[in-house]
Design a binder for this molecule. Structure first.
Ligand code: GLN
Ligand code: ZN
Length: 757
């Protein structure tokens, strides 16, 4: 090695930061509301960092990731670090308020965009790079954490998003060229940072380059070699650890190995350790082996993991044990969870348990298998119990799926269905509808809290929810909408609601993970074969239908979205699990149909999210995703109208799959992209009905009648009137009732005006 830093043996790539009881979420939100000051917020944050670091040291890690704390997002932190915040926030005097203005916007400033972090459910802030961006080092945050950790005696390793990944995830603005073209300039700033960190005595720095496991940059190997040859050649610098995760490091590996960096991280739960043997340059590097899955919650097979580690030692200078990625994506600890049966509990490992697995494996690698015989025995016992558990193998469900898939039952062609459905529904041209949810009122939140605390019983809760539904139906009648919804008041979350009612799922009490900023979610655990013991939505929907003569849409979440927003079993292909969820949804649809419901919507907002990172895997994914949707929706008659809803406007690689879903009506986000998506749908031959969102629900702004009319006229250029629906972009859950009333009134008026013109 070119630096004097000695290799570490046990680490994780990053950790959760919201606090074991969401302390950071609460503090940040209080700060936003002006209820606490900066000093109090900083002190909550410092306590969380100290507790995190000391627990990692106590568990036996000899290198601890720092600078993984964030008030909002690590990509935004990196934008601040390299001086890449947009000019429009520059006027905000206080640095923290400027940071939050970039993340969330304020009355004058539009926020930066947010998008999914690779194929996870974490959302990052998309940096904007334009001609006005002048990179400049602003190391206060990372230096602050380094000093804090040093004062606490923590063997700290600052973690920073690497320059290639940072630019690849940024977007060009103000006529700027593609951000990656600025790589050399940005690398100069990183060089400055590395020199500074070396001066502070920092032995190791981790640079995260997950982009290298994707096909996003065709010239990744060349960019990698250029960047890391240059940073590696610095005479004053810490040892460099380039971490990759979320997939297998393939084409960029030889390039990276040729550079003088000291360590490379591999995600061995997503990939294989095999390519390592084929790269001779790895013989003097530290390989950081991510054998403990950082983003799913299953306990590690310690015996198999140790085998992999020992194998890797043959082709490496040294091997350190690690998680595959940051444990940001899993809950803090299993200990915060009661109510899990002993068997299921024994199969799981959350953040803290994963750290213990890493430490045990490092001991095993150093001192031999016998040194961790007890841990291996416990892991073996857990695996044996999981394999043998009858809940993982429901013969009846499996047989039904096989026979349904074999029978290949299909609905009639779409244009035939349209005729039968119109005969039954008699909808006007340009029918108006909404996407499902109505504002989550405080009455709803109070009812949910009262039920949880035992203040009210189930009957009273049901009474209150029905009152909400009645209110939403009355509102829609008053507005003159054509197809109504029940408003989804009974759903805390569109996936958890179903997970709580299906066999094979466990819904945690405290398993929070950060979704974005201060927002946290509790993904359910899908551990076994999925079955539907009882109807899940029929009572609410039929109640809503009983209040009106207009059709009320049944409202379900599709199989792909249920998988995308859960922790999913890893013992069988996702396609098989998706088919089981699909069967449950299919049965629910048949029950809704039998109860007289004529229109059923199956939401698939996550269809694009699960798209694999590597091109070679995409086709197979899209095939099973479409198959699962069709399995859920093909059990109902041609006269039952199937809707689906998708939450994004750039379909890109999934556009063909959307057509293949073959829903009778597809509602999609389109307002912000000016209906461009309709032309894309035409290009793939899509000829079913479509409801391009005519206004953006993400903002409190109320659109005018003229504006909506213009949108609809634009849409009519691509879609004939008999196939065009009129609806907002997405559900109305986050809006207020007055905003919703005004916007929908304008929407209905615009549709009416066009119909009579
Ligand atoms: N039916 C859901 C709603 O209206 C759809 C939400 C979504 O697209 N994410 O809230
Ligand atoms: Zn949506």
């Amino acid at each position: 090695m070119s630096t004097t830093a000695s290799p570490f043996t046990a680490t994780i790539l990053g950790s959760p930061r919201i606090g074991p009881n969401r302390e950071l979420k609460r503090a940040v939100e209080k700060y936003w509301a002006g209820r606490i000051d900066r000093a109090e917020l900083d002190s909550v944050a410092a306590t969380l960092r100290r507790d995190t670091w000391s627990s990692l040291v106590a568990a036996g890690l000899d290198s601890v990731p720092v600078n993984t704390f964030s008030y909002y997002d690590q990509v935004l932190d990196t934008a601040v670090l390299v001086g890449a915040l947009p000019v429009r926030v520059a006027g905000v005097a206080d640095d923290l308020d400027r940071y939050f203005a970039a993340a969330r916007g304020n009355d004058e400033i539009a926020p930066l965009e947010m998008t999914k972090w690779f194929d996870t459910n974490y959302h990052y802030i998309v940096p904007e790079i334009g001609p006005g961006t002048a990179f400049e080092l602003n190391p206060a945050k990372v230096l602050g954490e380094v000093e804090e950790a040093a004062a606490q005696g923590v063997p700290a390793r600052p973690v920073i998003i690497g320059p290639i990944t940072f630019l690849a995830l940024s977007k060009a603005v103000n006529g700027g060229t593609t951000p990656i073209g600025r790589l050399d300039e940005l690398v100069a700033v990183y060089a400055e940072l590395l020199e500074l960190l070396a001066d502070k005595g920092v032995p190791w720095v981790q640079l995260d380059e997950p982009i290298l496991v994707t096909d996003i940059l065709p010239d990744a190997p060349e960019l990698t070699e250029r960047t890391y040859a240059r940073l590696g050649a610095l005479t004053t610098r810490p040892a460099l650890f380039v971490a990759t995760y979320f997939g297998e490091l393939t084409d960029a590996l030889p390039a990276l190995a040729r550079t003088p960096i000291e360590a490379i991280g591999f995600d061995l739960s997503a990939g294989d350790s095999a390519p390592v043997a084929a790269v001779p340059e790895l013989a003097d590097k530290l390989l950081v082996a991510g054998v403990v899955d950082g983003r799913n919650i299953w306990r590690t097979d310690l015996d198999a993991a140790l085998g992999k580690l020992v194998g890797m030692l043959e082709s490496a200078g040294a091997v350190a044990v690690s998680t595959s990625c940051s444990t940001l994506h899993v809950p803090y600890t299993l200990e915060a969870e009661d109510g899990i049966d002993a068997a299921l509990r024994s199969w799981l490992a959350f953040g803290a348990e994963k750290v213990r697995e890493v430490a045990a494996l490092a001991r095993g690698l150093k001192n031999g298998r016998e040194a961790i015989a007890a841990e291996i025995a416990a892991s073996d016992a857990a695996i044996a119990s999981r394999t043998a558990d009858p809940r993982l193998d429901n013969g009846q469900i499996r047989a039904r799926i096989s026979s349904l898939l074999a029978s290949g039952a299909k609905r009639a062609p779409a244009d035939e269905r349209r005729v039968v459905q119109q005969d039954r529904l008699k909808l006007p041209a340009l029918p108006t509808t909404t996407i499902g949810s109505y504002p989550q009122t405080s009455a709803i939140r109070v009812a949910r809290a009262d039920l949880r605390s035992g203040k009210i019983d189930a009957a009273e809760y049901e009474r209150r929810m029905k009152a909400e539904i009645a209110g939403v139906i009355a509102l829609q009648e008053q507005l003159g909408l054509d197809v109504l919804v029940h408003g989804e008041p009974e759903r805390n979350d569109m996936v958890q609601y179903f997970a709580e009612q299906l066999d094979g799922f466990f819904a945690t009490q405290n398993g929070w993970v950060q979704s974005y900023g201060s927002r946290c979610v509790r993904p359910p655990i899908l551990y076994g074969d999925v079955a539907r013991p009882n109807p899940m939505t029929v009572e609410w929907i039929t109640f809503a239908q009983s209040l009106t003569d207009k059709p009320v849409k049944g409202m379900l979440t599709g199989p792909v979205t249920i998988l995308a927003w859960s922790f999913v079993r890893d013992d069988q292909p996702l396609a098989q699990t998706a088919a089981q969820v699909a069967l449950a949804i299919r049965d629910e649809m048949v029950d809704l149909q039998s109860a007289g419901i004529a229109i059923i919507q199956v939401d698939e907002p996550a269809l694009r999210e699960l798209l694999p990172l590597r091109s070679k895997d995409k086709e197979a994914y899209l095939r099973w995703a479409v198959e699962a949707f069709r399995l859920s929706t093909s059990g109902v008659a041609d006269s039952t109208q199937i809707h689906t809803h998708l939450c994004y406007s750039e379909f890109g690689e999934v556009i063909g799959a959307i057509a293949d879903l073959d829903a009778d009506v597809t509602s999609i986000e389109a307002a912000r992209s000016h209906m461009e998506v309709l032309a894309d749908l035409n290009d793939v031959g899509f000829a079913n009905s479509v409801g391009p969102g005519v206004y953006d629900i993400h903002s409190p702004r109320v659109p005018g009648v003229d504006e909506i009319t213009t949108s609809l006229r634009e849409a009519l250029e691509s879609v004939p009137a008999e196939r065009l629906w009129v609806n907002p972009d997405c559900g109305l859950k986050t809006r207020t009732t007055p905003e919703v009333m005004a916007s929908l009134r304008h929407m209905v008026a615009a549709a009416a005006a066009l119909r009579s013109s």
